[in-house]
Design a protein around this ligand. Structure first.
Ligand SMILES: C[S@@+](CC[C@H](N)C(=O)[O-])C[C@H]1O[C@@H](n2cnc3c(N)ncnc32)[C@H](O)[C@@H]1O
Length: 247
């Protein structure tokens, strides 16, 4: 088999003269991931070790026992491997997994909800749509996870997303997510992963700015690490907690 090229992610700001994201960002994002889901999912396999490393840090802080129910929201779950799958391996977990791409959710459904029903059925709800448009009762979740997904929101929306996440978390609940480590007003690429339909958008406040936004949203940061991914891009990983006394 011919060796596949691995193009770098190259998260350098492109549009230096404007900070306005495209008005049709969400529909273009959906169309892109609908088109490139299999390619992305294969390309990103080398990042699974990092995902599981941080997921394990979260799991170590949640009750892993059949007697205590744990409710987790995953934002931009992709096809659910390895993160949703690992969450579902704990029988006391119920997982609400969201993604804007119907192709990604179809792949997740095939992987995680096989027919006939197997383990994990009854624990998983798949929700299609923009994560920012989700609506939950306050204090619903013990943890919210967003891996390589919140970075696809314009950075002003990342602040709005953090506020929503904090409201949805129970007191003492956890956020695990990664963000662009470099400050990135916006970055658009036309053919990401050398895919003709691979238009892509990322944004971020950089490590210091993101930390400030996370704290301003009302979370205490417990883990903050900048990690270089397999593609020469640095991400800020954070594990942060809502205080026990918050409403
Ligand atoms: C880089 S992939 C990461 C997928 C998965 N979390 C992982 O770690 O492999 C980003 C995912 O976020 C989804 N996504 C992008 N923008 C989104 C949005 N506004 N709301 C919900 N999902 C979104 C994409 O469809 C895609 O599946």
């Amino acid at each position: 088999m011919a060796e596949q090229t691995v193009p770098p992610l190259d998260l350098q700001p492109l549009n230096t003269n404007t900070n306005d994201p495209p008005t049709d960002l969400k529909s273009r994002m959906k169309a892109s991931y609908d088109a490139i889901a299999p390619r992305y999912n294969e390309w990103t396999i080398p990042h699974s070790t990092t995902r599981l490393h941080y997921l394990n840090q979260l799991l170590g802080r949640l009750p892993i026992t059949t007697t205590v129910p744990v409710s987790v929201l995953e934002l931009g779950c992709g096809y659910g491997v390895p993160v949703t799958q690992e969450l579902l391996s704990h029988p006391n977990f119920s997982v609400t997994a969201n993604d804007i791409s119907s192709a990604q959710l179809a792949l997740a459904r095939a992987r995680l909800l096989p027919d006939p029903p197997g383990p994990g059925h009854g624990q998983l709800t798949l929700l299609e749509g923009d994560m920012l448009a989700l609506d939950f009762t306050p204090a619903t979740f013990d943890a919210v996870v967003g891996m390589y997904s919140i970075i696809h929101l314009p950075r002003s929306e990342q602040v709005d997303m953090l506020s929503k996440i904090v409201a949805w978390l129970k007191p003492g609940g956890w956020l695990l997510a990664n963000f662009a480590a470099e400050e990135l007003p916006e970055r658009e690429v036309q053919n990401w992963l050398e895919e003709e339909k691979g238009w892509m958008f990322w944004s971020g406040w950089g490590s210091q700015g993101t930390m400030e936004k996370v704290r301003e949203a009302g979370l205490e940061v417990v883990v903050q690490e900048t990690v270089e991914d397999a593609v020469d891009v640095k991400f800020l990983w954070i594990l942060a907690r809502k205080s026990d006394s918050s409403k």
